[in-house]
Design a protein around this ligand. Structure first.
Ligand SMILES: [Mg+2]
Length: 333
C-alpha cells in the first residue's frame, strides 16, 4: 500500500512551505539566502500558503458534496463556494494570495452566481495549484472528474486555459496515483489533451463559454487545450536533454500562469523521479512562482511514490498536517 493520496497531499504542502520563502526571488537571491539548493531546509515553522489552503478548501467542499449523494454541478458548487468564501475571510489568508482568487471570492461572498464571479480573462495558476484532490478522491467517473476539475477552476479562473490545465493537472495526479510509469506520462497527457480538445463540459460549465468571446463552446475550450499542448511540447524538449543545475523556469516557464505551472512542476518531478526531496528543492529554487511549482512537483512525486516519499521530520511539522493526513487516510482506504 503506497498511500498515494497521503503522499500527494503531504508532498504538495511540503513543496508549498519550502517555496514560500523563495516565491518572489530570483535564483541568485535564493542561493544567497538559502545556500546550495540541494541542501535547502524546510523552515522551522513550516507554514503553508494559499496553494495548500485552497487545496484543503477544495477537499472539504468535495467531501461535503460527495457525502450528500451523487456528485453533480449544483451539489458541488454550493459547498465549494462556502469553502472558498471561508478561505477568503480566514485570518490565515495572509500568505500572498493571488488576486484572481481574491476578486472572485469577494464576488462569491456577495452572492453573485459563479458564472458572473468567474474571472474569465485570468489563467493564473491559482486553479490548478489546488486541484490535486480531484485526482485522488476515489469513486468519480471520467466525466465527473473532468467536470469537477474544470468547474472548481471556473469559480475563480474562467479562462479556457485555466480550465484545461486544471483538468490536465488532476489527470496527471490520477495517472501517477494509479501507478503509470513516469516515463510515459507526458505522452499520456498529450493524448488526453488531443482527445478532449473540443469537449466543452456544458453540464458543468453552463454558458460560461459565452463570456469568453469564442464562436462556439468547442472553440472556446480548444484554445485552452492548445495552450496546454504547446507547453507539453516544450516540456518534451526539455526532458530530451535535462539540465538539473539550470533554473527550470527557463525551459518551461515561470509558472505564474496555469499551463506553465503544470509544465514546470512536471519538469522538476520528472528530472528527479526517484529523489522526491530533490525535486521539491529544485522547484523551490526557481525564478518563478516557486511555491506553486513546488506544490505541484510535490503532488506528482507523492502520488507516484506514496507517503514514504517524505522525511518524517518534515511531515511532522507541516502546518495543517493532521487535516492533510485525514484526507489522505479517507481517500487511500
Ligand atoms: Mg502561494
Amino acid at each position: 500500500m503506497k498511500r498515494a493520496a497521503t503522499g500527494s497531499l503531504l508532498g504538495l504542502a511540503l513543496g508549498d512551505a519550502l517555496g514560500y520563502p523563495t516565491e518572489f526571488d530570483d535564483v541568485p537571491s535564493i542561493l544567497a539566502k538559502c545556500g546550495p539548493w540541494r541542501e535547502m531546509e524546510l523552515p522551522k515553522r513550516a507554514l503553508i500558503t494559499d496553494d495548500t489552503q485552497m487545496t484543503l478548501a477544495l477537499a472539504r467542499g468535495l467531501r461535503t458534496a460527495m457525502d450528500r449523494g451523487l456528485l453533480g454541478p449544483k451539489r458541488f458548487e454550493r459547498p465549494l463556494r462556502e469553502e472558498f468564501v471561508d478561505w477568503y475571510q480566514s485570518p490565515e489568508n495572509n500568505r500572498a494570495p493571488g488576486n484572481t482568487c481574491l476578486q472572485a471570492c469577494y464576488l462569491l461572498m456577495g452572492g453573485k452566481p459563479w458564472e458572473q464571479a468567474s474571472q474569465v480573462h485570468s489563467k493564473g495558476c491559482g486553479a490548478n495549484m489546488r486541484v490535486a484532490p480531484i485526482g485522488l478522491v476515489p469513486g468519480l467517473s471520467d466525466e465527473q472528474r473532468a467536470g469537477v476539475a474544470q468547474l472548481q477552476s471556473a469559480l475563480t479562473h474562467g479562462h479556457p486555459t485555466a480550465l484545461a490545465a486544471s483538468d490536465l493537472t488532476a489527470h496527471a495526479v490520477r495517472l501517477l496515483a494509479e501507478g503509470v510509469e513516469p516515463t510515459g506520462l507526458v505522452g499520456l497527457l498529450r493524448s488526453y489533451a488531443y482527445e478532449n480538445r473540443e469537449t466543452y463540459h456544458e453540464r458543468w460549465l453552463g454558458e460560461l463559454w459565452k463570456r469568453g468571446g469564442a464562436a462556439t463552446p468547442g472553440a472556446f475550450i480548444a484554445q485552452g487545450w492548445d495552450e496546454c499542448l504547446d507547453v507539453l511540447e516544450r516540456l518534451k524538449d526539455a526532458l530530451r536533454s535535462p539540465s538539473p543545475e539550470t533554473d527550470p523556469c527557463l525551459a518551461t516557464g515561470a509558472g505564474w500562469i496555469a499551463e506553465e505551472a503544470l509544465a514546470t512542476g512536471l519538469l522538476c518531478f520528472l528530472m528527479f523521479v526517484d529523489e522526491p526531496v530533490t525535486a521539491l528543492r529544485r522547484a523551490a529554487c526557481t525564478s518563478g512562482d516557486s511555491d506553486s511549482i513546488a506544490c505541484l512537483a510535490g503532488a506528482f512525486a507523492g502520488a507516484h511514490l506514496g507517503a514514504a516519499a517524505w522525511p518524517a521530520e518534515w511531515t511532522a511539522r507541516i502546518e495543517h498536517g493532521d487535516e492533510l493526513r485525514a484526507f489522505g487516510t479517507l481517500w487511500d482506504s
